[in-house]
Design a binder for this molecule. Structure first.
Ligand SMILES: [Cu+2]
Length: 188
């Protein structure tokens, strides 16, 4: 008679794994206390934990959806910081980083890093996007001032390009890629 070994006992999962495996629900797993689950073994362990996990996931999804006012969002929304900086060189003003990837439910927080007038103006939206007035953000003038863009239902999946109007001519521009995340990512 064979005794089946506990598959996850010798594995440790880094707590940052949610960044790499966006479809892995990291938070509910912490409810299990000291037990860490390897994402690759989730399929096997799910059968045993299905009842517990399903209950937790449904609760988390409900909380997440109601908090964000959305039908579906990631289980662990992130705030992604983009600084509006002044720097030396041929292009004196920039968004740092100039490329960010966000999932539905995330917030992209633009932070004025100097004291120069900047804004965030989306000049190219993904097909189906409906940014409306949010396409052009307010002017930021004071160091530390922030402008949050919530990646909600207005943001269709795809690529967005934005500029700072006062400095578009000198190349102050950035790119945002929106990945629908959540259930859709789990199907990939
Ligand atoms: Cu600017």
């Amino acid at each position: 008679m064979q005794v089946q070994a506990v598959p996850y006992a010798s594995h440790r999962t880094d707590t940052t794994s949610c960044l790499l495996y966006s479809n892995v629900p990291a938070r509910p797993l912490r409810l299990l206390g000291h037990i860490r689950l390897d994402p690759f073994l989730m399929e096997k362990t799910m059968s045993r934990l299905r009842l517990l996990m399903t209950t937790s996931l449904v609760a988390m999804l409900a909380l997440s959806a109601s908090a964000n006012g959305q039908k579906a969002g990631p289980l662990h929304p992130h705030t992604i910081v983009v600084k509006l900086v002044t720097k030396a060189g041929a292009i004196p003003f920039a968004f740092e980083p100039a490329l960010v990837v966000a999932h539905r439910g995330d917030t992209v927080r633009f932070i004025e890093d100097a004291g120069v007038m900047h804004n965030v103006h989306f000049t190219k939206q993904a097909p189906g996007a409906k940014l409306g007035a949010a396409a052009m953000g307010p002017y930021l003038t004071t160091k530390g001032q922030t402008y949050d863009v919530v990646i909600d239902g207005r943001f269709a999946e795809g690529k967005y390009e934005y500029v700072c109007d006062p400095h578009a001519a000198v190349g102050m521009k950035g790119t945002l890629v929106v990945n629908s995340g959540g259930a859709a990512a789990g199907k990939k």
